[in-house]
Design a protein around this ligand. Structure first.
Ligand SMILES: [Zn+2]
Length: 508
């Protein structure tokens, strides 16, 4: 198929040429596990609707797409900037034919893409999968920052040298791992499409590029972590992938192994960032402690396999009850990656050297074989995730210093309850997330922590959906959500020094 793209403020107009017949707009896009229904953005199309995402079209047809998503996995066009993630804008007919995109841009616009250049402003992909695995970024303000000969950052923003220097260390360390698996993995040019945003950080991986956004308030460490994560996907997900993670643009695909594809990728990103000097040991330990903290909630009863299978309706649809009901395969996978690494280290081995033993399309059994030296039974990924707290305890001290301390079992975002722990005093007293606290024992809401620490009964006045409620609750004892990790013999050697790191609980 052939697409001529004309960008406007908030919209792109596409003049398409294919074959007379059915055309399908993707319902989800690889690398992000939520049904996005990209067809929702079609404003007009000269075709006959068959279903929500299929149309009958003539050989030549045109359509207009609303493009004002600040999500780096979708598309945005503002009149002076355009970012297109292939499946967010382009439909398909025959997945295996060539797809070309001609950009009808004003004078002076620059274009960055990994698609094959076929003309002044025309770029082609061998098939739809390559188009879906590529992005296009264009603007008169586009600039590039070189990381090295083969890696660059394409952006409309400014980046500082401190960040770039640290990132260079990380990318070259990841490349070392990639080369040990297959030298061809690092032979092509790679582009990081980057933009600062008012949204939290996020990214999506492709084989030879990734699209990343960071909050304007992000520090260099947080940016490095997301760059390192997306770049490690070049190996884990784009080169090695779960055997059952098949690409189907219109239906969900299921695997029990997102904990390895995403969580172990997170672990590797942090570990290699630390090992290369891109982030400090304390910053690495902070990520570990944050992930461990999630395992201390009721959601830790969920297995990593179940967490992977339910990503479509749980992880990507997280709500205020998430910590009671689910564990993230990122958090659990990071901890399982750490356990694998520490147990390999005990044998004089490193996790990064085991990737070459993994087949291109892997099953749990294949991972078990590849990591057999670790003696970790990966069936743990099918058991309650909180069991990993005990396993990690073999390698480092893992404590919850707030066990037994005064507690009512809820978190606040300002004055609004953001979480109520199942079985806690707040739960028993009937408090709900989204309730707004108006007063605590007749005092302003910000005294709540101090009042709870007194360990007595407290009275809370609050607004629930605009109605006043008065609740009395008995202060109870915390099951423990603060996390303190410190080195034991083996983990001290692994870290190169003794360490301790503690994060407080955000549950009152
Ligand atoms: Zn990822």
């Amino acid at each position: 198929m052939y697409f001529r793209v004309i960008p406007f403020h908030r919209y792109v107009q596409v003049e398409a040429k294919g074959s007379e017949g059915e055309v399908t707009f993707p319902t989800w896009l690889p690398g992000s596990y939520i049904i996005r229904e990209m067809e929702r953005n079609i404003v007009s199309i000269d075709g006959i609707r068959i279903s929500k995402n299929k149309f009958w079209v003539r050989e030549k047809f045109s359509y207009k797409v609303y493009t004002l998503s600040w999500d780096q996995r979708e598309a945005v066009s503002t009149g002076d900037y355009m970012f297109l993630n292939g499946p967010a804008v382009f439909p398909f007919q025959n997945l295996n034919e060539e797809y070309c995109v001609e950009l009808d841009l004003p004078e002076g616009w620059k274009v960055h893409t990994t698609l094959r250049k076929e003309g002044e402003r025309t770029f082609c992909a061998e098939n739809y999968h390559e188009l879906a695995d590529s992005s296009i970024q264009a603007s008169p303000d586009l600039r590039e920052y070189r990381i090295d000969e083969l890696h660059k950052i394409s952006t409309i923003d400014s980046l500082d040298d401190e960040f770039l220097n640290r990132l260079r260390l990380v990318i070259s360390k990841e490349d070392e791992v990639f080369r040990s698996v297959d030298p061809s993995l690092t032979s092509k040019e790679y582009i990081f499409y980057f933009r600062f945003s008012t949204n939290p950080r996020g990214g999506i991986e492709h084989s030879n590029s990734s699209a990343i956004t960071s909050a304007w308030t992000s520090d260099a460490t947080s940016m490095i972590e997301v760059f390192a994560h997306e770049y490690f996907h070049r190996l884990n997900v784009k080169y090695l992938k779960p055997k059952d993670l098949k690409v189907n643009y219109v239906e969900e695909t299921y695997t029990e192994l997102l904990w390895f594809a995403e969580g172990v990728t997170d672990y590797m990103a942090y570990k290699l960032s630390w090992a290369s000097g891109g982030i400090s040991l304390q910053e690495f330990l902070k990520r570990i402690a944050e992930s461990l903290q999630k395992l201390t909630f009721h959601g830790g009863a969920m297995s990593l396999a179940e967490s992977s299978m339910t990503t479509w309706i749980k992880y990507y649809r997280r709500d205020e009850n998430y910590l009671n009901s689910s564990i993230s395969y990122y958090d659990g996978g990071l901890i399982l990656g750490l356990i694998l690494d520490l147990s390999l280290f005990r044998k004089g081995l490193k996790i990064e050297d085991q990737f070459r033993k993994i087949p291109r399309e892997y099953t749990l059994h294949d991972l078990q074989e590849a990591f057999s030296d670790s003696e970790v039974d990966l069936e743990v990924s099918r058991k309650p995730s909180m069991e990993m707290l005990k396993i990690l305890g073999e390698f480092m001290n893992v404590n919850m210093p707030d066990v037994g301390k005064p507690y009512i079992g809820m978190s606040l975002d300002g004055d609004v309850i953001s979480f109520v722990e199942d079985g806690s005093p707040a739960d028993r007293a009937g408090m709900c997330p989204k309730d707004k606290v108006i007063s605590v024992n007749g005092k302003p809401p910000d005294v709540i922590t101090k009042e709870v620490e007194k360990g007595k009964e407290i009275r809370i006045t609050m607004s629930r959906e605009g109605r006043l409620e008065e609740i009395k609750l008995e202060v109870g004892k915390s099951p423990g959500h603060a996390v303190k990790i410190s080195s034991k013999d083996i983990s001290e050697k692994w870290a190169g020094k003794s360490f301790t790191f503690e994060i407080p609980s955000r549950v009152i």
